[in-house]
Design a protein around this ligand. Sequence first.
Ligand SMILES: Cc1cc2nc3c(=O)[nH]c(=O)nc-3n(C[C@H](O)[C@H](O)[C@H](O)COP(=O)(O)OP(=O)(O)OC[C@H]3O[C@@H](n4cnc5c(N)ncnc54)[C@H](O)[C@@H]3O)c2cc1C
Length: 487
Amino acid sequence: MTSPRERYDLVILGSGSTAFAAALHAAELGKSAVMAEFRTVGGTCANRGCLPSKNLIEAARLVYDAAHPRYPGLTPVHMPFSWAELVAQKDEIIQEYRAHKYESLLDDPDHMQVVPGQARLVSDHEVEIQSADGARRLIGEQILIATGSLPAIPHVPGLSDVPYLTSDLLSSADDPWGTELREQPRSLLILGGGSVALELGQMFARFGTQVTLVTRGKRILSGYEPEIAAALTDILQEEGLRIVTGAQVRGVERSGEGVALSLQRHGSQHTFTAEQLLVSTGRRPNIEALGLEQADVERDTAGAVRVDRTLRTNVFHIWAAGDVIGWETESQMATPVGAHDGKIAAHNALSGEPLREVDHTVIPRTIFTDPQVAVVGLTDEGAVAAGIACDCNTIPLSVVPRAGAIRDTRGVIKMVLDGPTRRVVGVSMLGVNAGEVIHEAAMALRFGATTDDFIDLIHVYPTMAEALKIVAISFTKDVNRLSCCAT
Ligand SMILES: Cc1cc2nc3c(=O)[nH]c(=O)nc-3n(C[C@H](O)[C@H](O)[C@H](O)COP(=O)(O)OP(=O)(O)OC[C@H]3O[C@@H](n4cnc5c(N)ncnc54)[C@H](O)[C@@H]3O)c2cc1C
């Protein structure tokens, strides 16, 4: 079959948040951009990641809080729910969001459109898109690779012979590639101890699924502050999650209607069974069948597309951004990072103006457990590794007036300073609304704030953000002896 060739200023592989940010900016510059997508328009975040998970996590919180009121005088109630209806409303929210934030932007095909099909580079300017309707070849003056990431599946003996779920389990029915979980499992084994494993583990447990979380590391949340990991472990265990750390997984096999996972821990063998298995051991850049070699595009040892700080690959007119660049340029896999960088890539590819560089030093992150984990900048260990003579303090949230007032003192906050200058280089918090509070810390890091800046800033009373002021004070004062408003 001969394939028609079409020319565009920018051909983008993928249609996630990274791709859309780039295409929108291309359109703003008066250029033509085309995205290729073989799954659902909008990518992982909108269709099977951030949005559906946060929707159901909040529903689970409502169910849990009704059964566990924190206030004497409020009577616990068992709130009946329909899993099928919850899934249906989640799909409705996704469809509305996708229509509003993605599909509605495709009303000017001269500047921005999505071509359905699997894309691969066939040369350094040419992308072939294969769909049920045949092949199409698009020629791009400039090309952007924004194909996101895929679940990283570890080698576990027997895994390929049993059915298992991945972080795709919340994809909706209209995604033909998705493996959506349409029935709530009675029991769930989760392999992994990172953000997605914890968010989904707590969510299912709160809906009544018996959850066992198995992780190789000595603790959950490797790479995060140990105080945060320890406090969150206690909270999750109190809610009924079984957390098995330091596990050497030996194999998995079918067991009755479900799966059995055998592992070794501290020299003894254990077997755990459950109706469903979720493999949530991280994500890897998606470079599968992209034809990178046809265009001589290099990747790094982690399999990510290699880029410089302008997001240019080793090929002059080919750029990459979002999850597909993995940890290149100290990037992180998160939607706002991809969206931010997608725009920079489009600017650099198309504007003809001086190149912009990415700055990934301040990336606030949140894990949407309850309470939330939120971090920005360096951990204690990271600061030491970076050669910073650091000073760190951790305080319990019980010293924060707001936490006491609303009877939710779960969690801690830790601040990491560059010792000699008192400049704050990292903050980690586990607590109510940590995902909101962390923005103050992020802005402070951006502008090089010191502990005095946090102390001198008048904070709204009583708010969880006062935790930042109080932990800053804790370097010089006993915070158990403060009066109102952290004075
Ligand atoms: C369960 C879960 C929860 C998450 N929660 C959050 C959160 O709360 N906050 C947050 O910031 N991040 C979250 N993330 C991460 C976030 O979803 C990703 O960082 C983000 O979607 C990356 O955007 P992207 O545009 O780079 O890639 P994607 O959104 O993955 O888009 C890439 C697109 O390219 C398409 N594609 C790939 N290869 C080809 C090809 N050859 N041809 C055509 N199309 C192709 C894919 O189908 C996909 O649609 C979560 C992820 C998961 C899995």
